[in-house]
Design a protein around this ligand. Structure first.
Ligand SMILES: Cc1cc2nc3c(=O)[nH]c(=O)nc-3n(C[C@H](O)[C@H](O)[C@H](O)COP(=O)(O)OP(=O)(O)OC[C@H]3O[C@@H](n4cnc5c(N)ncnc54)[C@H](O)[C@@H]3O)c2cc1C
Length: 636
């Protein structure tokens, strides 16, 4: 091939030199070229300018469309179209060059002539490979099933794409250098123009991205549209109303095609958006609270993906898709700067790795008691005010574990001892539960991690933290019926307030039966909806006794069961040792265990699962295999 190139280059060197020379001086003389090689020169002219426009300019737009439309609806299509517009003309140009066989002369530089074609052909091959890979990757991403190789393909596509991109830019640079360094006449030897064009070609996107990354352009683009985005359409408002008033199960039926999520307190609609990691992620998280996934605290339960901390831009994009708020209050209203700064004033060790933390904010009060079943399951979002590198994390509301409530519960437990021969004086003696707590209580287990929040807070008492909330949907508990909670370790925390409520409710029922409603109401100063017909089966796994948080609540509930008209609680504890007063087992949570402990699974309205990653992955599969419908399984 190189032999042919060289021979050919000698034959046509004069005309071709004239061609390049004329063009660079912008005095292109078509008449002179029309003699014998008009087609050849036209093909070369097309090849040269196509490559310049496509790989010098258009490819950058293709990359920008992909990178900065990371969550946009049309990202993949736009990227594919632009890259297709790069590939197609390049391929046509190559074919024309081959068909007419018109190797460029490079001003007699035979070395360049001989490497130009092989590079061109390699590039053509890579382009075909990259385009095919791109189409397959698009299909993987758009598929609703997890694709094992999406991540590897995506990385391959990015690296090959960037290699080709740089090769293309260098090729363009060489081409220009050749032209400008061989200019004859007036502009001879003037390379300034070359460096300007090359600099713009190479650096415009980098400058653009720098401004964008710095936030200046980003703010400019998004602040303009922010207010109009938040209003939402009439359909959105109807949907939000429906969502607030109805149970999640009905919503999924009615709005099957809507990709809606709960992000903190916002209801966001991402229908039609493409997730860079694959559309199946939408399917897995649809209708769920997603802040844990967005801030990288948790990975999907399917075990295919790892936790990923999304950028601030993605968070802004998600917020821009807000169509309503869970409690009708926007995040901005509820998290004004002056009210969300809390000082960590107390740390009380529960076990080697678990502590109760108490936060103080003089301008905010925390109610000591949740009053209805619809309020349980909320969480607070917390970050360090001092160290911005520390991850943002969610921690569940555990008002029942605040010192004031622990004290009050102790009085109720004392009352249980005398329930058999209870008198009105026993009730009168109990001081009322306080209306508000002194501190916001959170229970946090320490995990080993460099920038992890749980590790940080265990050694940073006295510091300021930014806390928002309570956020998130409630547990969606039915007013009556049966629910099963299957949890492990600190996975019990989202249910502690509920179980404390169930304990108070049980005592209320017994006192009402023995001493009448009026006396029972003395134990209910905040008008809690205690008369519920809910039965809770708790299956909990802990490594040892010290991890069993809320022991006194469970024990009291178990003790009370034989005095209740309708039983309200059953508990199975998976632990290696035996603890008095509890039904202890040490078996795996497999099919036979579930069948044996839960009995007929169809009698349960809902199953709540909250544990370490392995438990969240395996328990739902076991339940589904036993005939439980997926929609009845609630990941907490
Ligand atoms: C809604 C919600 C409420 C939560 N409430 C509480 C709470 O009340 N108390 C509490 O302690 N935690 C709670 N968590 C978990 C908490 O948000 C963090 O995920 C946890 O503290 C670890 O965060 P990190 O930044 O310290 O560690 P990361 O850097 O996120 O993780 C460090 C290591 O710990 C592992 N890890 C993280 N979480 C678990 C887990 N649950 N089981 C096993 N390994 C794990 C990770 O895989 C990783 O290897 C809650 C999570 C959510 C989504």
């Amino acid at each position: 091939m190189s032999l042919f190139l060289q021979t050919n280059s000698k034959n046509h060197s004069e005309q071709s030199n004239k061609f390049l020379q004329s063009e660079s001086e912008e005095e292109f003389d078509f008449v002179a070229l029309k003699n014998e090689s008009e087609d050849k020169h036209t093909a070369f002219y097309y090849h040269k300018w196509t490559n310049f426009i496509v790989w010098g300019v258009l490819a950058d737009f293709g990359i920008l469309a992909n990178r900065y439309g990371s969550m946009s609806k049309h990202r993949l299509n736009l990227h594919s179209i632009i890259m297709g517009l790069c590939v197609l003309p390049t391929v046509i140009a190559e074919i024309l060059m081959i068909a007419i066989w018109n190797p460029p002369e490079f001003y007699g530089n035979l070395n360049l002539s001989s490497i130009h074609a092989p590079i061109g052909f390699t590039y053509l091959g890579l382009m075909i490979l990259q385009s095919t890979g791109g189409v397959i990757l698009k299909l993987c991403i758009e598929s609703n099933n997890p694709q094992k190789y999406t991540k590897i393909m995506s990385i391959g596509h990015i690296y090959l794409g960037y290699s080709m991109y740089f090769l293309g830019k260098i090729q363009c640079g060489f081409g220009f250098y050749e032209v400008y360094s061989n200019v004859q006449g007036k502009g001879q030897g003037n390379l300034i123009m070359f460096w300007i064009v090359y600099g713009v070609l190479f650096f415009w996107r980098i400058i653009f991205e720098w401004l964008y990354q710095n936030g200046k352009l980003f703010e400019y683009f998004y602040s303009a549209t922010q207010t109009s985005e938040k209003t939402g359409s009439i359909q959105d408002s109807l949907f939000v109303q429906y969502l607030i008033q109805n149970d999640q199960l009905n919503i999924e039926k009615e709005y099957n095609n809507k990709m809606w999520f709960i992000f903190n307190n916002s209801i966001v609609d991402l229908t039609g958006f493409v997730h860079p990691g694959g559309q199946y992620i939408w399917e897995k998280t649809k209708g769920r609270e997603i802040s844990r996934f967005i801030y990288g605290g948790q990975s999907l339960e399917d075990g295919n993906s790892r936790a990923y901390t999304h950028s601030d831009k993605v968070i802004t994009l998600i917020q821009r898709q807000t169509i309503g708020y869970l409690n009708g209050i926007s995040i901005e209203d509820s998290t004004q700067q002056y009210i969300n700064k809390w000082i960590l004033i107390n740390q009380q060790t529960i076990s080697e790795k678990i502590s109760l933390f108490g936060f103080k904010n003089t301008s905010k009060q925390i109610e000591s008691q949740l009053t209805s079943l619809h309020q349980f399951g909320k969480y607070y979002q917390i970050k360090s005010s001092v160290n911005k590198k520390i991850s943002v994390r969610q921690y569940t509301s555990v008002v029942s574990m605040a010192p004031e409530n622990v004290q009050y519960r102790q009085k109720l437990i004392n009352l249980i001892q005398v329930l058999n021969q209870i008198k009105s004086e026993d009730i009168e003696q109990i001081n009322q539960q306080p209306r508000y707590l002194n501190e916001l209580p959170l229970i946090i287990k320490k995990y080993e991690s460099n920038i992890g929040f749980s590790q940080y807070i265990h050694t940073h008492k006295g510091e300021e933290y930014e806390i928002e909330g309570p956020y998130g949907p409630s547990l969606g508990l039915p007013n009556k019926g049966r629910v099963a909670i299957i949890c492990g370790g600190t996975g019990i925390l989202p249910f502690l307030d509920l179980l404390d409520f169930q304990l108070q409710s049980s005592i209320y029922q017994i006192v009402k039966k023995k001493l009448g409603q009026k006396m029972a109401e003395k134990l209910n100063p905040f008008e809690c909806q205690f008369s519920n017909g809910l039965h809770i089966t708790l299956i909990i796994a802990v490594a040892d006794k010290s991890e069993l948080i809320g022991q006194e609540i469970f024990k009291s509930l178990i003790t009370l069961q034989n005095q209740l008209e309708e039983q309200s609680f059953k508990m199975i504890l998976k632990i290696k040792e035996q603890i008095e007063g509890f039904t202890c087992v040490n078996e795996r949570f497999d099919h036979s265990f579930m069948r044996q402990q839960l009995g007929q699974l169809s009698q349960y309205d809902k199953f709540y699962v909250c544990g370490p990653p392995v438990m969240n992955q395996t328990v739902p599969i076991t339940l589904i295999n036993l005939g439980v419908q997926e929609k009845n399984i609630h990941y907490v």
